[in-house]
Design a protein around this ligand. Sequence first.
Ligand SMILES: Nc1ncnc2c1ncn2[C@@H]1O[C@H](COP(=O)(O)OP(=O)(O)OP(=O)(O)O)[C@@H](O)[C@H]1O
Ligand SMILES: [Mg+2]
Length: 283
Amino acid sequence: MTFALKDATAVNDVRPSSTTRTAHVTLNKVTRSFKKAGSKEMFQALGPIDLTLNKGEFFSVVGPSGCGKSTLMDVLSGLAKPSSGQVMFEGKVISGVPDGVGVVFQEDASFPWLNVRDNIAFGLRRSGVDGPEVQRRVDYALGFMGLKDFAAAYPAQLSGGMRQRVCIARTLVMQPRLILLDEPFGALDQQTRLLMGDELLRLWRETSATVLLITHALDEAAMLSDRVGVMSSRPGLFIDMVETGWERDRDSRVVSTPRFGEINARLWEKLRVETMKVMGGQH
Ligand SMILES: Nc1ncnc2c1ncn2[C@@H]1O[C@H](COP(=O)(O)OP(=O)(O)OP(=O)(O)O)[C@@H](O)[C@H]1O
Ligand SMILES: [Mg+2]
């Protein structure tokens, strides 16, 4: 397999992904504010954000801790309302989690009272998918998530990384058209992360879903994405957009290409400054 670049100069461009140009999700001047702890004052955690995710695009977000990444995901998924601005999904302003959107949360959200199989089957059963189809999809998910031998185990009997895989499987079996993942591989070791990234890429290729991945791992963002958005320290704004130029048919072997190094360096250059602001308390 080769990893020919669509456009060798794209790393320096700020422009939308070239995979397709049909808008799937649009954020229009979106902000979110919260009350300051112990005070009546508000502070702005996010935005204003203008962003378009193209249909079938793999978009990643990197940014310093506390910059508003999870907040961005909350408004994108419809779980939280923006304080101002609008989120559109498939041409409609969203309110509540729309059909076709799947979310994998940063924290472990597996159901402790259900075993692995029932955790993964939960959403399918709730939406009335018939028994044999549930069985088929869950078996497939158990296989690609490496959980076959643990189908009968309960979350408390699993490692943190395994629990997170259950949560990923539970979302993916629903075959969402928009998949939102908040640091889904955070609890996994480096090798497993790379392989899970490959699995995610494979699924993305097969389903043509739009993916938004939040990650603190620059290499993960650089390897998986069509486009990577770098967020500033609070209030989170996009300060850079990097088009990777990878072919759709890619996998973790892109890490050995010079371009991967270039992309990583560019991401780190921006993120380093923002992280220093957070660590230095200058925000
Ligand atoms: N429900 C809430 N109430 C009050 N403040 C909140 C709430 N949720 C988030 N915040 C604040 O908003 C800011 C952004 O938080 P958020 O969780 O979005 O950051 P993040 O970029 O996801 O960080 P991390 O990388 O550590 O997960 C933080 O200052 C946080 O304290
Ligand atoms: Mg977060």
